[in-house]
Design a protein around this ligand. Structure first.
Ligand code: DC
Length: 215
């Protein structure tokens, strides 16, 4: 089964997706980390134009390693959650050639497996036929607080909030695969919910789904 979890930055996607995958014994795939790794790879080489990026994509091998990502044998894990990547990832992930490459790789990795995949376009583009789709949302102030706590940077709350609002705007308004809610997604407002409550809610839907399909 494919379970798609989409939503904006800080909505709690990756935390709940990881836990849900663990509970169900499914593979967890963090597609945001893939866009982050591509951003790190090209930024490190000062490559910003899509015309320069496109021919290089065929030379890339991306491997998902425990807790991180490697591209062509370079481990980019330690860079993924840095401010530098936060700043540039919306630009790189808006490029059509990058999206086409990443979506293809996501489908390759997930084929033949039960997965929980989180991102912005999983239920709409990557797996429009996913059996279960969730769309998580939360108040921006709460999302910024979570990010700040997660990174142990509570003093940077105001900047983190601005970055979240900026990325919401860019990710929702880009031409190719913008952040959007699939019509058949189950919407969860996580503002006032604990991680456990969200995971339980999702698990209940999974139970219901699998009970129906096994009858
Ligand atoms: O979930 P995240 O904050 O790690 O994602 C980083 C960026 O990657 C986000 O600003 C938008 C982009 N992204 C995307 O465009 N499509 C996805 N499926 C996942 C992430």
């Amino acid at each position: 089964m494919k379970i798609a979890i989409d939503g904006p930055a800080g909505s709690g996607k990756s935390t709940v997706a990881k836990r849900l995958a663990r509970e169900l014994g499914y593979q967890y795939i963090d597609t945001g980390a893939m866009y982050r790794a591509l951003t790190a790879y090209f930024l490190d080489r000062d490559i910003t134009n899509e015309t320069d990026i496109e021919p290089l994509l065929v030379t890339l091998n991306m491997d998902i390693i425990p807790g991180g990502i490697r591209i062509n044998d370079t481990d980019l894990t330690f860079q993924l959650r840095t401010e530098r990547i936060d700043e540039h990832v919306s630009y790189y992930s808006s490029l059509k050639s990058i999206r086409d490459w990443a979506v293809k790789r996501q489908r390759e990795i997930a084929s033949q497996m039960d997965v929980v995949m989180d991102g912005r376009d999983i239920g709409t583009v990557v797996y429009p036929d996913a059996e279960l789709k969730f769309y998580l949302k939360a108040d921006p102030n709460e999302r910024a607080k979570r990010r700040a706590l997660e990174r142990n940077e509570i003093d940077n709350y105001a900047e983190i909030l601005l970055d979240i609002l900026r990325r919401d705007q860019l990710d929702s308004n880009r031409t190719h695969s913008p952040l959007s809610q699939a019509d058949d997604a189950i919407v969860v407002d996580t503002t006032k919910l604990t991680i456990e409550q969200v995971v339980r809610f999702m698990k209940d839907h999974w139970d219901e789904k699998t009970a129906k399909t096994t009858v």
